[in-house]
Design a protein around this ligand. Sequence first.
Ligand code: TYD
Ligand code: MG
Length: 456
Amino acid sequence: MTKHQTLYTCQSCGGVHSKWAGQCPACGQWNTLVQESFSAPPGGLKAEPAKLSRMNKLQFETLDSTDEIPARMVTGIDEFDRVCGGGVVPGSAILIAGDPGVGKSTLLLQVAANAASRNLRVGYISGEEAVEQIRGRANRMGLSKAPVDLAAETSLRTIMDALKREKFDLVIIDSIQTLWSDAIEAAQGSVSQVRACAGELVRLAKKHNTSVIMVGHVTKEGQIAGPRVVEHMVDAVLSFEGERGYPFRILRGTKNRFGATDEIGVFEMGDAGLREVPNPSALFLGDGHERASGSAVFAGIEGSRPVLVEVQALVAPSAYGTPRRAVVGWDSGRLAMILAVLEARCGVGFGQKDVYLNVAGGLRINEPAADLCAALALVSALTDTPLPRDCVVFGEISLSGDVRTVSRGEGRLKEAAKLGFNSAIAAPVAIDNPPVKVKGFTSLADAIAALFPVGE
Ligand code: TYD
Ligand code: MG
């Protein structure tokens, strides 16, 4: 007989505990433990070790394989394929995570339609929208002729039966939170349901060589934290991001068992769905090359591509006792570090002033190579002195105030030259005939002294 056991699952981290507590002992979040019952197999999970070892003898294999690696499925949406590592690996499970309304369904409908038009067998199962709604969207996006098999369903059992029968190359599940398994006594969207449904789908992907792309909503409050649990199960996690008010959407790999995770795909949301942006630099540069004070252009690298992006700083007198430090698109800890280095190593203090730093276009920069650009934008804002026109900036700053060389300098300079910039401020580069003139600095203090009228 199946034994029912009451356990408490943390809705934030997915940790399972035998007792209720106000705070999750695993992740420290408050009020996240929810009672859920699990069905344990008869006799519990413990099998006799001796019996078990006789039953399952572990077979070791060599690293070397003679099997041919199956070709990736190219969907034809280049920005998506690149982030996946050159197409979707057959039999893989991918999670697309993002805030509600960012455009996940739109992206995946386009991926499904494009893949289907390339003779792949594609299924699109929505638990969120009715078939009519999806058809309407496909119509507006000009995709209604694509041979996608469309269904609206939330029961995992019905979906699994269909997937076993139909043998799709690619299946889209929108979204994992809407599915429910009748084997689990927990509410739809709860961690146990999401974990069980995702687990089943991942197993199906491997067994039937059907690639499964699951949509997962993440909420800022962490109320439905299902996708966090799913992250460990799937082969790749792609997060789809976009700042409210901007049309740009960025697909970023945060985990990928089959490719690099630093690639980004850039899209622009329009009336007819998402448009790919193969050359994103122009998009993140603001208007023209006329630079106001506080603005600097960072020559960054996103994955395999160089991307130029405008970094804007504003320094204003503070109206409150504690000055504000606000940053959008960059790490606030990094901003604090740069401000400290400016103060301690270069004698440039921001004292009682509010400091704002913003990365244009809704992009998020993770590279330390942006340090020098942020520092110069801040000093430019403080002194109200624009940086030289047509100039890009890159370089890492150490706590000692040194400017460090960063990787792929040549690629950054080439992109700058391509977009009409004619000089760069960076650590000295050892490149013969650089594509643009490089003003090399080894210390931040030297760079500031050469560019700004500080200390007057
Ligand atoms: P959607 O894909 O439904 O988001 P998600 O699945 O991530 O919740 O898209 C949501 C937004 O995208 C919606 O507010 C409207 C906008 N949108 C467009 O601007 N143009 C379009 O062609 C489509 C289909 C959607
Ligand atoms: Mg949706």
